[in-house]
Design a protein around this ligand. Structure first.
Ligand code: UDP
Ligand code: MG
Length: 330
């Protein structure tokens, strides 16, 4: 029997949220899905008993929906967890949802209805209507998506979250991209297909705190940008050319001043400033080059995106017992 929907739920230290999450899904989503549903929990190296709660979730959800609990060997990050979930998912439709109850299951049901009702759509992406963060961070993230879209030539939906539901075709397309530095908002844009936005209101976290600091977010944004565009390298070339042009113009001006007006060429201060300026510029441009080189180095090792320590699955709905297509430990 085929699942209608595979819910992929990454969790890192969310022990207190697993049971309420299951209740939310059972109450608000399961009755609205026509067909069997599976929840794929990914324990991203938690240290607070999240995996044990996931195992208990199998009992809570039976016989209404199947549960798979995948435990990573350590914390690999949300992107890796989402990839592992995709590899496990069997459903006709797949959806990403956080387990902290910030993303209501009823919205997931609406998104699924919307996707089924639009014959040309392949993905529905939730966009937060009221950003829980401040105005500045909302503006910053909007600016980031604009830069990403323009520099990569991709169609990026601004402020679209990872809270999405999409078809099996899209899931397979995402799985076919086994890159190490993953940035799913960019991956979704890169694979194309037709995505429609769905406005929703994020709720407050049920328990615990977000694990994303401002520094993490900045690193994530830089990673995302560098993964999808080489525009900074082009920018470095352009800046280099401009700087050379300015230096040439300045040289000509100096020669004219000396020859025709007999002005003494002021030396020391200009020299120091120019050396420092160009020294700094060269370092920045080398840094940009280094960022790409570093990523190339990591990528060339072809290390697995995640490693699994344990997997447990319920088999209530009689889904295939054969190994899933992507069961190998990548
Ligand atoms: N998460 C994860 N691995 C991590 C960090 C977070 O799987 O290294 C999960 C987390 O448990 C949650 C989701 O990703 O289900 C979103 O994380 P969080 O709520 O901290 O982020 P925010 O909602 O603030 O974007
Ligand atoms: Mg959250």
């Amino acid at each position: 029997m085929e699942y209608e929907l595979s819910l992929i739920a990454p969790a890192f230290n969310e022990a207190q949220n697993i049971e309420p999450f299951c209740r939310m899904v059972l109450e608000d989503l399961v009755p609205r899905v026509e067909g069997p549903l599976e929840i794929i929990f990914i324990d991203d190296g938690s240290s607070d008993g999240t995996y044990e709660r996931m195992q208990e979730a199998i009992g809570i959800c039976e016989p209404v929906c199947d549960v798979a609990a995948v435990r990573f060997s350590r914390n690999f990050g949300k992107e890796s967890a989402m990839f592992a979930g995709l590899e496990q998912a069997q459903g006709r439709y797949c959806g990403f949802i956080d387990v902290d109850l910030q993303q209501p299951a009823s919205d997931m049901a609406n998104m699924l209805d919307m996707l089924k009702a639009s014959p040309h759509a392949d993905c529905v992406a939730a966009v937060a209507s009221r950003r829980t963060k401040g105005g500045l961070s909302s503006k910053l993230s909007e600016g980031f998506y604009r830069i990403l879209g323009r520099s990569s030539g991709m169609d990026v939906i601004a402020n679209a979250s990872d809270f999405r539901v999409f078809t099996r075709t899209v899931a397979e397309a995402l799985i076919s991209m086994p890159e190490y530095h993953r940035f799913s908002k960019g991956l979704f844009a890169w694979v194309g297909f037709t995505t429609i936005p769905y406005e929703y209101t994020p709720q407050n976290r049920h328990a615990g705190e977000t694990t994303w600091s401002l520094r993490d977010l900045c690193a994530y944004a830089i990673d995302g940008l560098l993964s999808f565009t080489t525009a900074p390298l082009r920018l470095a070339t352009i800046i280099g050319l401009l700087a050379s042009l300015l230096a040439a113009i300045y040289l000509v001006v100096q020669i004219f001043q000396r020859l025709y007006f007999g002005v003494d060429v002021p030396g020391y201060a200009t020299l120091v400033v120019l050396i420092l300026f160009f020294g700094g510029l060269q370092m920045v441009l080398l840094g940009i080059l280094g960022e790409y080189l570093g990523r190339l180095y990591i990528e060339s090792k072809r290390r697995p995106i995640y490693l699994v320590k344990q997997i447990q699955r319920s088999r209530m709905q009689g889904a295939d017992d054969a190994p899933r297509p992507h069961d190998s430990l990548r």
